[in-house]
Design a protein. Sequence first.
Length: 266
Amino acid sequence: MKSHLSTILDDAERSGRLTLTDAQIAAFLPGISAEALRQALHRQQRRGRIVRIARGAGQWVIVPLMHAQSGAPPPETWLHRFLASALKVPYYVGLLSAAEAYGVAPYAPSVIQVMVPKQRRPIIVGRQRLTFQTRTRISAMPTQWHETPDGRFLVSTPELTMLDLLRRQELAGGAIRVAEVVEGLSAYARSEGLTAALIAADDTPNAQRLGALLSRQGSELTDTVAAFLKGRKLRPVALVPGRTNQNCENAQFRVHLPERLGESNT
């Protein structure tokens, strides 16, 4: 049985498929009992040939030899198939992980941040740790494919990433880091893409915050945010939610900024 399962895994890898379910494996082994399949899978898991994606999900990732040291292939090879195809869960990679995909993260995130409709427990696949954050109306959010030689997954557009970072500053290292990343992402953002993200998110306070940061950077995208907010009643907001001691106001977007942005994290 061990050698037969090894052949199935080898054949799947040669065909470019690195994810298999319990049911798919069992279909290649007609007549196998559930207990015999469990033991065969666990033997391959102990060898490091496969790794379980999540307990109880019945999903396995084949580990090619080149990725044996890290314990799993990169998420591009399995994340989309696991979430979108197997679990039927809409998702996108976001926040600092999305910024890293665009090459503007100030440091490599220690976790992969994934947005989903409902809260899910973190999972560890090899040495990769994935955390899940909720996003309402996720299917309406603008995304695009992040393509690599190993595969692809969905990632938030640069414009949506900026809004999400402002919305979840605590997950991105605070306002200083968010301002740095927004400045980097703005180079990849386009007016039409920003309009689409603003409409999809429909988040006036964070649109105000983004407008203030873009204005501070002298970005041409400032006018796009202003056009979106035109006619809306703008209430004063702080760049850092809950911080009331920020007394330098961006009058156009009614955003209270610290006199020096560096003070926002102190």
